[in-house]
Design a protein around this ligand. Sequence first.
Ligand code: GLN
Length: 546
Amino acid sequence: MSKYIFVTGGVVSSVGKGITVASIGTILKSRQISVTAQKLDPYLNVDPGTMSPYQHGEVFVTQDGAETDLDLGNYERFIDVNLTTESSVTSGQIYSEVIGRERRGDFLGGTIQVVPHVTTEIKDRFKRLAEKSKADVVIIEVGGTVGDIEGLPFLEAARQMRNEVGRDNILYVHVTLLPYLNSTKELKTKPTQHSVNELRRIGIQPDIIVCRSDYPISEEIRNKISLFCDVERKAVIPLTTVSTIYEVPLVLEEEGLGELIVDKMKLKPQPPDLSQWQELVNLIKTPRQPVKIALVGKYVELQDAYFSVREALQHAILHHGRDLELVWVPSETLENNGDDSVLRTVQGIIVPGGFGIRGIEGMVRAATYAREKKIPYLGLCLGMHVMVIEFGRYALGSDEANSTEFNADTPYPVIDFLPDQKGQKIKGGTMRLGNYPCKLVDGSRAAQAYGQSLIEERHRHRYEFNNEYRQRLEKAGMVYSGLSPDGRLVEVCEVADHPWMLACQFHPEFGSRPGHPHPLFRDFIGAAKDVLREGAQPPLPLPSQY
Ligand code: GLN
């Protein structure tokens, strides 16, 4: 039977609960304890798929096609598991399920209430994930902050679980913030005390308190929290801000969190081995020569909108022993003959996913720049549409080539709905989502990168390459290096006469892991790292021709 760890957050949001959950996963997995994770989101949206990236950052996609919160990306990267739909739960899903059953008459006229009907549905989701994953430990993050109205049914369900599974099989971890007062130069524990009181009011006494802080936490503060919040002294775990999120598992392990969890839950672990994480962090902290990459997108003001892309770039950069200098370029600034001087200094251009017309022409301009100046280019989903539009304009000799997403009346719809997709109007649940197989063409850059001919990658889009233009673009030098096994869908394309210009219809960024960079990101950085740009100098020692 699986055991459960519930992680709640206090004082403020964005306190680092997601990374704490992911790191608890890492330190348990390092002891050969199998883990999985689940995120409970209190909002009423049925899934995060239709939510603006400006409000919630990136939408992470699981292999089985669930559109989820970006925290699931961190769980996958830290625990190195592929999660499924069961790992993402929103209040909207719970309520629509319960109300749907009521409409069907399943409750036979009974009164439907938050307790027990909603809480039972929530607990079923916990148990379903446990059963399906067969993990030793299921770690569940309760989204939001303790005290929010929306989170109450989730907390109530978490409380009820204690009696169902028994005290040894459940653990409550509360993550709080200790604010620093500059005037008195001290960390304050009062907000933590209040949020623990709030938790207790609901009936949950935390077993462990993880204290986030930007400053070192003294013994005195630890004792105080232990006394006022009624947790053991060793169960007050300080987590001061670190320079890289990949250091968090090491810090928590060092503070004894791993041993504490294992003891409290009576788990049977192997000795912990975090050596790979230590190596990774050592490498991150070693000064390395930078590679300058431009990320040209429409949501760059909120960098969380590209969370997995940035992580995948980091993994690839570390593989090459280099440092990432990422330049965030709002694509609109490149439009209408805007200033493209920023592109002159970068060694690679990446155009990530996105929706809607805003900023598209700027992305196309970046792709033209990459093609003409032979700068490595990686296009992800929308970035492939942009590359195809750009190449289409060049090959067809018309500025009107476009995707029907941006111009429904274009005479050259190089990206379009497939014939069987036409007529779709609603926005929720109409995308190609999750894993699809793709066959790679021998000798292509894609096949070279993957080192295999059949791959599966995660999708999230509505529009596709329009097959009517395949031949004309091919004649001008486009290579279709990845196709769906039936040959109908273009999944990867490349520009032949170019050092490295490749785009894919899927999202490889979701599959990249620290220590195992995704092959496309790895080879993109591999091509970019040797490119010399304005003002740069060749690395020492100089090659013989100098
Ligand atoms: N907007 C494009 C589509 O719907 C691309 C989506 C994406 O980049 N994820 O097909």
